[in-house]
Design a protein around this ligand. Structure first.
Ligand code: CS2
Length: 458
């Protein structure tokens, strides 16, 4: 127990204009910070009502503090900022009707989402974000209130379009006229979001008490870097996010591909390979010269040739900056955390790149190795025989898939048969299949480091 006073709000919370689903660490390190800075810069009633779809943790942490918390930028010079943009926090399952009423409120002009990749997958039960969005839009249509803008902030290609398709799909199953209305009237701008935010630890919170003199149960710890690219399509207005450093553009597609393939692709590669090699964090993995050289190889030879040129970006410089971000010793980002939900991440992070290389007639060995490492990881046992705590909506099915098969070719084949992950054309590509099987065997026989060295030609 500490005797330090708890952080609290002084003054009034901003009047709400945004509802946000998914009040976790990333939202607090990113959306809420940009919105705080935007309100400070240019004002506006853009307070955020943060809604959790499941657990009460965020509410229990934030409510006693009046919604304020500390955002800590780690690095050589640590900087902390008290963030005041969260007006209220709700737990949807405690009172779904209150969430429906909130979404129907004309003051709410934007509904944003950080619900992770799996949050967009059907079926859309009434307690999912997609169902709440649809119900909110239906209520506004019935009441003659203009619709809110829907802003997905998850790491998915075309996240606006993905959300739109999900909402239209769900609305169509309820009432085709509602779907037609949404199609004609609701804006779903796409975004690219980027800030590395490891899960908060008890040690982080204890250190914060020492440096600030107060207790803050909701604090978040992240890198100082942040990049937000947003399609500027907000019929009901938006906070001055541009004044806070966001890039408002016509199309984010190229930015999104760059980020998903260069950052998230190498993140996932390091998560599986690094975990199997015994590395706890990205920093630990990238400090191994073999890993560093492997990641450089992935960027230069396998990923960048597939990435379109985003306006205003220098792609090789982008990758150099990424390497510096990975090498930051103050960011303890666990490989296990990034390894989570691989079945939802692989397609946009690794498989699209592989497909593009195969189309160009090149077999991307390093990315095939990353896929093989994922296959070993979801097998649930590491190289030393220890069980792996695999967190994935498909975890059981994936483990059973690889358990049943006799040879490694059969195991790889069984996993490639998951059509929700691998499209049949890729799964049936002989060169891809045999490269993944070969790497799968090398990891089992000689270990992860040897497999990496074989790709590097050593
Ligand atoms: C990471 C991302 O957990 C993961 O899968 O790759 O959360 C990554 O840290 C962010 O996208 C960085 O912006």
């Amino acid at each position: 127990m500490t005797s330090e006073p708890r952080l609290t709000r002084t003054g009034d919370a901003p009047k709400p204009g945004i509802v946000h689903f998914g009040p976790g660490a990333f939202f607090r390190a990113f959306n809420a910070v940009f919105t705080h800075d935007a309100i400070v810069a240019e004002g506006g009633d853009w307070g955020i009502v943060a809604v959790s779809l499941r657990s009460a943790t965020a509410r229990d942490q934030l409510k006693p503090q009046g919604g304020v918390y500390t955002s800590v930028s780690l690095g050589k010079t640590e900087q902390s900022q008290v963030i005041g943009s969260i007006s209220d926090v709700r737990v949807a399952p405690e009172n779904p009707a209150a969430i429906h009423a909130l979404l129907a409120d004309p003051a709410i002009r934007i509904v944003s989402l950080t619900i992770t990749e799996k949050g967009y997958a059907p079926p859309y039960a009434p307690d999912t974000a997609i169902a709440y969005l649809t119900a909110g839009l239906a209520a506004r249509r019935a009441n003659g209130v203009p619709p809110f803008t829907v802003l997905s902030c998850d790491n998915l290609p075309d996240n606006g379009q993905t959300t739109r398709r999900a909402v239209l799909d769900h609305a169509g199953s309820i009432d085709p006229e509602l779907a037609a209305y949404i199609e004609a009237n609701v804006a779903f701008p796409s975004t690219m979001v980027d800030r590395i935010t490891p899960a908060t630890t008890e040690a982080d919170l204890a250190r914060l008490i020492e440096t600030t003199g107060y207790t803050d149960a909701a604090a978040v710890f992240h890198e100082s870097f942040r990049q937000w690219v947003i399609e500027d399509d907000f019929p009901m207005g938006r906070p001055a996010w541009d004044a806070a450093g966001a890039q408002l553009v016509e199309s984010v597609a190229a930015h999104e591909t760059m980020k998903l393939r260069c950052l998230n692709g190498t993140h996932s590669a390091m998560a599986y390979l690094g975990y199997l090699a015994g590395y706890e964090t990205i920093f630990d993995a990238i400090s191994d010269p073999d890993f560093a050289q492997f990641i450089e190889h992935l960027w230069t030879d396998e990923i960048l040739p597939t990435v379109p040129q985003p306006k205003g970006e220098d792609l090789p410089a982008y990758c150099r900056a990424l390497m510096a971000r990975y090498r930051d010793p103050s960011i303890r980002h666990r490989t296990w955390q990034i390894a989570m939900d691989g079945s939802q991440k692989l397609p946009q992070r690794l498989l699209g790149t592989i497909r593009d290389r195969l189309k160009a007639g090149v077999l991307p060995e390093g990315l095939c190795l990353a896929v093989a490492a994922w296959m070993r990881y979801v097998g649930g046992v590491d190289g030393t025989g220890q069980p792996i705590d695999v967190r994935d909506p498909l975890a059981d099915a994936l483990r059973e898939g690889s358990d049943g098969a006799a040879t490694s070719a059969d195991k790889v084949g069984a996993l490639l048969a998951f059509e929700a992950i691998f499209d049949p054309e890729l799964a049936g590509h002989d060169g891809f299949r045999s490269a993944v099987t070969r790497h799968y065997d090398t990891i089992a026989r000689d270990g992860t480091k040897a497999a990496i060295q074989s790709v590097l030609g050593r």
